[in-house]
Design a protein around this ligand. Structure first.
Ligand SMILES: O=C(O)CCC(=O)C(=O)O
Ligand SMILES: [Fe+2]
Length: 367
């Protein structure tokens, strides 16, 4: 198991030239237990399931209440009238497509360094699985300039300009969504000092490409995970693939809705809300005919801020369930424990309801 975030990144030799493959290589063939088709529970496309991830119009006067309900029940929702221009979404999609359609040797010039986070490579969670995923990604943390120069020596400004604009707009939307989420918990955004209207959180952008796959039932685009963020805003092109886990219905497809953006609750909001807004387990599946592209805006608090359950949500019958962690520290826990990271920062709640503060370093169970 890797011990640092950067260790969770596979060396670039695992990147495939997907276009040259007629068959699924063994390295990418998931066993029947893990593969998307095994035990496949009903999906939203099945007529037996009427429920689907809520689509919320942010201009609706009841938006805050609808967001709160979606956070509690689904951990995910889609938003309309979010203020991001369609032309910007079109531009990020087309620049993402042009990045992934560069020749492999060119993309590898911008490969993630062994100890880095930014750049081109396989899914960053790959090290936790014995099989590889049917996807490639490009992560942007800070300025993309150096990597863009490697990819497009004569035209790197085009890419950088779009990324800069996208980040600026997403930052605004993420702040607005945080306001709605906190408001729905009965908390004013101004009361959380790092989340006020003029404060800026930290963020990364993850471009994902899922090429058409010769054997989609045995391949995995991106394995099930929760995001280590407060919230993630996801743009998906007009190709299905994203699924969220809903206890009663199993994996439910989040269909692309023209103009909508998907919002996922991440582990840090789970902690902040003391478990009221659980982070959502999600994955991406692939298909035989169409490339799918997604752009995730991974939004978190400033990296040195300690995140802990909001004091207004606590009382003797609702003790804090998680210990305080910074985003950096939590990413370290994720790189070590992956999908067990949340329980690694869970506090021990004795039957009295009091929290054992001594038992915070190790993974503890609620007893
Ligand atoms: O491509 C998708 O739909 C999901 C991407 C995702 O979950 C991620 O980048 O964390
Ligand atoms: Fe994700």
């Amino acid at each position: 198991m890797p011990s640092r975030v950067s260790d969770a990144i596979k060396p670039h030799k695992h990147v495939l030239d997907f276009t040259s493959l007629q068959e699924l290589p063994e390295s990418h063939a998931w066993s029947s237990l893990d593969s998307p088709s095994s035990n496949n529970p009903p999906t939203a496309a099945d007529s037996s399931v009427s429920e689907s991830v809520p689509v919320i119009d942010l201009d609706n006067p009841n938006a805050q209440e609808l967001v709160g309900r979606a956070c509690k029940t689904w951990g995910a929702f889609q938003v309309m009238n979010h203020g991001i221009e369609t032309s910007l979404l079109d531009r990020i999609e087309s620049t993402g497509k042009s990045l992934f359609s560069l020749p492999t040797h060119q993309k590898l010039k911008a490969a993630r360094a062994a100890d880095g986070v930014s750049g081109y490579g396989v899914a960053r969670i790959s090290s936790f699985f014995s099989k590889l995923m049917w996807s490639e990604g490009f992560t942007i943390l800070g300025s993309p300039l150096e990597h863009a120069r490697q990819l497009w020596p004569h035209d790197y400004n085009h890419f950088c300009g779009i990324i800069e604009e996208y980040e600026k707009e997403m930052q605004k939307l993420a702040g607005r969504l945080m306001g709605l989420m906190l408001g729905s918990l009965g908390i004013a955004q101004e009361d959380v000092d790092w989340a006020g209207p003029n404060k800026e959180g930290a963020a990364a952008i993850q471009l994902n490409s899922y090429p058409a796959c010769p054997d989609p039932d045995r391949a995995m685009g991106l394995a099930a995970h929760t995001d280590s963020t407060l919230l993630t805003i996801l743009y998906q092109n007009n190709t299905s693939g994203l699924q969220v886990l809903r206890d009663a219905s199993g994996w439910v497809t989040v269909p692309p809705v023209p103009g909508a953006l998907v919002v996922n609750i991440g582990d840090l909001l789970h902690i902040l809300s003391n478990g009221s807004y659980p982070s959502v387990l999600h994955r991406a599946v692939v298909n035989r005919t169409q490339q799918r592209l997604s752009v995730a805006y991974l939004y978190g608090p400033p990296s040195n801020v300690q995140i802990s359950p909001l004091s207004k949500l606590l009382d003797p019958t609702h003790p804090p369930l998680y210990r305080p962690v910074t985003w950096t520290e939590y990413l370290g826990a994720k790189a070590k424990h992956f999908n067990e990271a949340l329980s690694s920062v869970q506090l021990c709640i004795p039957r009295t309801g009091l929290v054992n503060q001594n038992n915070v370093e190790n993974r503890v169970e609620i007893i």
